[in-house]
Design a protein around this ligand. Structure first.
Ligand SMILES: [Cu+2]
Length: 639
């Protein structure tokens, strides 16, 4: 049953094979690091051919690995493609000047190990009264090029915060040692310099969230057990990475950078699978801290491009993270030596009850009600202090919801005199800086085929006059987005702007084009000077929506290598060509997120802050597609 599919992620054996091939052919030494070894996904054409010829034997596209690595001795970095079938390197190209491979977890841990033995660091900590190095955490962050001190330009450098926990089991992010920031060279693994500003005596904070460590905390005793049982098993079927649930079907992918990927999403209608999306994923996340003080001015995380949401993915636990009849998929990743490892239970698949789907109470026949079920595919990433919980949800009425829950521990800082205006007081003489979480979802929609057109749809009241004497008339104005420049769109509450992705070549039973719409929920404005260094690296966040014609190598909205970047070489560069997006294989880049004005209630661990956006059918079906959902049958109470 579990036969290989061209979109299945690389296996551990394939990762090992790819590494062995480049090591042999390119003379790669132990001084190299591998930033990424990922499946080079087959082209749409190759994939379509493979599916058409399934079973023919030789129709499968070649299995290829895409590798990014660099030599720590001279800093030269390469991106290559390895054919796993032919067992050879197909391409091997040096990265351009100024391009740096992403950060690796190994470097994060090696910086920590190096700093805790560095005499300058030990001395600085001793001066602050910290002598137990086991209580110290060095938390490394990546730089943007413009903020790198002139003397270190071009080097693979990073900076770090130093945190102090109150006891070995206590929250590592409870106490920032403000003003203390090592700057390190990641290739030589050396402390280049230690910034050490005296912030005055640190405040005593209660930064603990573990029940046993919070003074005076009584755990509630009035929460009764809640169990989700499905005595006949779940209604979905997972065959390898192919997931089917009621009328939905999709393939689940995973990689070091995006984490979960939803491939080839379709919905069965009148006996055939209709395509909705070729590929759905998160392509970038930008988190600028909006605090210009010395502790924070460099804090501009690109959690996907710099660190990798896949690499930060953690194992899920039954009963805590996921409730009910769960299926899990593992993820295979690798360390910077190219050695594969497995994250068990990386992706969770389950169904949930979601209240009422539709209902009407008729005076004569009584109530007719259907309960809603949804299929949830999720993964959780822990990016140092913060967690992102990502849920793709598929509903019986054709709706798709993408939800993100942000939780974890905020970055906090002590203040000496008065709190700066860039944050909220959350503990004694401690504030949490304001910041934003911009997420760029890459939505490669194929609504009933590849040829789609995006329309901005706005609600427009017509002026009072002949034919509209009471000023009631409201119309929807559709504006066709013909080129990439027109495809750069902003949220507009006053006009209730949304975007429809229509297939003008396919009509529904009513004679109108089939389509899906993107509701502009959770959109946030950049609220930042267009000339600021972080915006120059992340022009993508300046608009709510971008639309591009599909191109296999256009995947990263802030550029392929945001680590130490100076400019956004992604969306602004591609769209400058102003290509046609009319009746084309369009890709939508939706920018949404959280404008995080911090609260005392977000401390010491943050209750989830939840945002989501929706894709909903508009004329994709001729009528409510969920009329066929079974009602409650006392004889079959599981339905
Ligand atoms: Cu936040």
């Amino acid at each position: 049953m579990n036969s290989r599919h061209p979109l299945d992620p690389l296996t551990a054996d394939e990762i090992r094979a790819a590494v062995a091939i480049v090591r042999a052919e390119r003379g790669i030494t132990d001084r190299w690091r591998f930033a990424s070894i990922d499946l080079k996904e087959p082209s749409k054409q190759a994939l379509a051919a493979a599916v058409t010829n399934a079973g023919a034997g030789d129709a499968s596209p070649p299995r290829e690995a895409e590798i990014v690595g660099w030599n720590r001795d001279d800093g030269t970095a390469f991106k290559g493609t390895v054919s796993l079938d032919a067992k050879r390197v197909v391409s091997w190209d040096a990265l351009a000047a100024g391009e740096h491979p992403p950060m690796t977890p190994d470097e994060f841990h090696e910086v920590d190990a190096m700093l805790r033995h560095d005499p300058r660091m030990i001395e600085a900590l001793t001066n602050r009264g910290v002598t137990d190095m086991d209580l110290v955490l060095f938390d490394t962050w990546a730089y943007g090029a413009e903020l790198v001190p002139e003397r270190y330009r071009g080097r693979r450098i990073a900076w770090a915060d130093v945190w102090h926990r109150n006891s070995p089991e206590a929250n590592p992010y409870a106490n920032m040692l403000s003003g203390l920031h090592p700057v390190v060279d990641l290739n030589t693994m050396q402390l280049l310099e230690l910034e050490d500003r005296d912030p005055g005596p640190p405040p005593v904070v209660m930064g603990e969230y573990a029940a046993g460590l919070v003074p005076g905390l009584t755990v509630r005793d009035d929460v009764e057990q809640l169990e989700i049982t499905q005595p006949h098993g779940p209604s979905f079927a997972l065959d390898g990475n192919l997931l089917k649930w009621q009328k939905w079907s999709m393939r689940l992918g995973f990689n070091y950078r995006e984490g979960l990927v939803i491939h080839t999403l379709g919905y069965e209608d009148a006996g055939r699978v209709r395509t909705i999306a070729h590929r759905l994923s998160f392509a970038e996340m930008v988190v600028p801290y909006r605090d210009p003080t010395p502790d924070h001015y460099r804090r501009t995380a690109f959690d996907i491009g710099e660190w990798g949401l896949g690499l930060m993915t953690t194992s899920l636990e039954l009963g805590c993270d996921c409730l009910g009849e769960i299926s899990y998929l593992d993820a295979v990743l690798h360390d910077s030596r190219g050695e594969p490892y497995t994250v068990g239970n990386a992706i969770c698949i389950h169904e949930e009850d979601d209240g009422v789907l539709w209902k009407h109470v008729d005076e004569r026949t009584g109530a007719d009600t259907r309960r809603m079920r949804r299929l949830v595919v999720s993964f959780h990433a822990t990016v140092a202090n913060y967690e992102y919980l990502v849920y793709w949800r598929f509903y019986q009425d054709g709706n798709i919801q993408c939800e993100v829950r942000a939780t974890g521990i905020m970055v906090t800082t002590p203040f000496a005199d008065g709190p700066p205006p860039y944050g909220t007081i959350i503990d004694r003489r401690t504030y949490a800086p304001f910041h934003q979480h911009f997420i760029v979802a890459r939505l490669d929609l194929d609504v009933d085929g590849e040829r789609n057109t995006v329309y901005a749809a706005e609600a427009a009241p017509l002026p009072t006059g002949p034919g509209n004497p009471h000023g009631l008339a409201l119309i929807q104005k559709l504006t066709k987005l013909k080129s990439e420049r027109e495809g750069i769109q902003d949220y507009d509450w006053a006009r209730q702007r949304i975007w429809k992705v229509l297939n003008d070549n396919v009509a529904n039973g009513l004679g109108t084009p089939v389509g899906y719409k993107l509701d502009a929920s959770a959109a946030i404005p950049a609220l930042i000077d267009p000339d600021s260094p972080v915006v120059r690296r992340a022009r993508a966040i300046e608009h709510t929506l971008w639309v591009t014609p599909y191109s296999a190598d256009e995947r990263w909205p802030c550029g392929e290598f945001p680590n130490l970047s100076a400019e956004d070489s992604g969306l602004p560069a591609w769209t400058a060509r102003d290509r046609s997006i009319e009746n084309a294989d369009v890709v939508l880049w939706y920018v949404f997120g959280i404008n995080h004005v911090t609260r005392p209630e977000d401390w010491p661990v943050m209750p989830v802050d939840t945002v989501s956006f929706w894709l909903k059918p508009v004329g994709f079906f001729d009528r409510n597609p969920a009329l066929d959902v079974p009602g409650h049958d006392p004889a079959h109470p599981h339905v």
